[in-house]
Write a protein that binds this ligand. Structure first.
Ligand code: SF4
Length: 272
């Protein structure tokens, strides 16, 4: 991507964790481009930077205010890493114009801690993925064998900045870190390693969101036959039981029926 901000959608999003979406929705802004290129990406056209519209920093600030006016609980920056300097300026302008809802930084976590440090005073909530533990898996599915170490450094900086979770009286998160992990079919061991790491490192200072929504995209079975199916209930229950046995208390899990393409929003420029 260049230094011109490109975004593909800005709208209320109802399917984040309940403490983010609540009943009113999370004000999600989907940026184009992504530092990772996961083979199973469900947002592929925008992750490749091939969808979206170029917008100014002032327009981005106005989008934040429009989402606030629609009732958003927060501003949810989706895959924002490569536009951090522009986002910081847009948030500053929007706050000057009265924006007071939390800013959520929603990322795949393949980024430098220095980038995260820049967000001190801008982001209130961090929503990072921790996708892969094993370097071979990270290499095969994202071409990033150093993913785990890189993401862990970034998440460490996020926890330092955001501190412990705080909720308002409606149960909506105001600050803190929720680390997401989406289980991949046939890879429950990697999931367990990730949950153990997070629990041992952070305990109840973070929430862990354990997701079963993996959706095989059309054609993925050609090169990655092991990814051509959903996660089974048995696999999901195994990972959840592991987390419970470890003593994980601050966690979210998903009920059945999440692995559907219909949950993937249309990146048609709405709200941009
Ligand atoms: S980090 Fe997320 S948005 Fe980026 S390529 Fe991977 S799945 Fe897609």
């Amino acid at each position: 991507m260049t230094d011109h901000v490109v975004a593909a959608r800005a709208a209320l999003h109802m399917w984040e964790e309940p403490c983010l979406s609540g009943e009113k929705g999370s004000g999600a802004v989907f940026f184009s481009g992504c530092p990772l290129q996961c083979v199973f990406c469900q947002n592929r056209p925008i992750a490749l930077g091939k969808a979206g519209k170029e917008i100014s920093v002032q327009r981005l600030a106005d989008i934040f205010l429009e989402l606030r006016d629609q009732g958003a609980n927060n501003i949810n920056l989706v895959t924002p890493t490569h536009f951090v300097p522009q986002i910081i300026e847009a948030v500053r302008r929007a706050r000057t114009a009265g924006l007071s809802i939390p800013i959520v930084y929603n990322t795949g976590s393949y980024e430098n801690p220095e980038t995260i440090s820049m967000l001190e005073g801008t982001a209130d909530i961090f929503l990072p993925d921790l996708k892969f533990r094993d370097p071979e898996i990270a290499e095969r599915y994202a071409g990033a064998p150093d993913y785990f170490e890189t993401a862990c450094r970034a998440i460490g900086e996020m926890v330092r900045i955001a501190g412990e979770p705080e909720f308002n009286s409606d149960g909506i998160l105001q600050k803190g870190v929720i680390v997401r992990h989406m289980i991949l079919p046939g890879h429950t061991k990697d999931s367990e390693d990730i949950i153990r790491y997070l629990h041992e490192r952070y305990g109840s200072r973070i929430f862990i969101s354990i997701m079963n929504q993996y959706t095989p995209m059309e054609g993925i079975g050609k090169d990655y036959p092991e990814l051509a199916r959903k996660v089974t209930k048995r696999e999901y229950d195994k990972v959840l039981s592991y987390a419970i046995d470890l003593g994980v208390e601050n966690a979210y899990y998903q009920n059945g029926g999440t692995a559907k393409e219909s949950f993937i929003p249309a990146f048609d420029g709405e709200g941009i």
